[in-house]
Design a protein around this ligand. Sequence first.
Ligand SMILES: [Zn+2]
Length: 305
Amino acid sequence: VFASALQIAIGAIAAPAFSVGCATTRGPAPQRLVTLREGPLELRVEVPALRAKLVDEVTRALPAIAARLGRHDLVPRARVLLRFHSGVDGFVQATGQHASHLRAWAGYDTVDLLPPDTWRVQTRSALVERVTHELCHTAIYQRLGDERRARALVPPFFFDEGTCSVTALQGARRMPVDGAVAHLGDVNPFRDRGLAAANPAVAYAASHHAMAEVARIAGPLAFAHVIDRVRDAADGSREDVHGPDRNALHDRWRGAIEGVTGADVDAIWARAIRSVGAPPDVSAGDLRENPQSSSTRRIAVVNDE
Ligand SMILES: [Zn+2]
């Protein structure tokens, strides 16, 4: 059943050096490092030896993960290290992130995860959604170019999080659009540069619904086309050296969306608000995703729940 996920290497490696120097560690814990492939998707999956079953769980989830990414042409182009930590200490040391609600952290070609038994929802579906979501972030960054280029062109919150929420099919976990509108009032998430700071649950929901509408208008490849527009427009510029003005960058992503959809973002958001059939609100009150404001978050690195 799961033969399409090719497991090509299994081995034991020493724990990475970040445990050295920590007075509370008892020496390096063994890890398992496995390469998994599903079509063009290639992952290095690192799990603590005591959680070796995680490899099987990821292997079983991989076809669904690859299908969701593939539908939007957002399979990471370079191999991604998917690193499950045995606990908070390793996660914090690897990511530098201390916030207690964090469960995942994505960079250019690395995804750090706390073990699923620390997740609020621990189903197979949750694993598919979370890994898809994080790999989507890496795919966006890699599609922008090399890591330096990706840092210079990092998308605004609404695109980064909305695209990956839609790609991972997380609509049922988001507040419905009318709930988001009740909080946002007249604010259009496409135009709000401080979207993530005030209310993360609303920000994730609004971003999801905004980008879902973009996909309804321009199809599942809309996100990839937006990324390509931003990348191509920046080719030949010096922005990969100094980075552009952040407001200008926000406007550039918004403009790329308008170019791909042929619609003004105010019209897109108005359509999103009118859209019917939004999934029921199953968990909006318990969403603990914690975006940082776009002005303070580390470039090309995001955090989730
Ligand atoms: Zn995210």
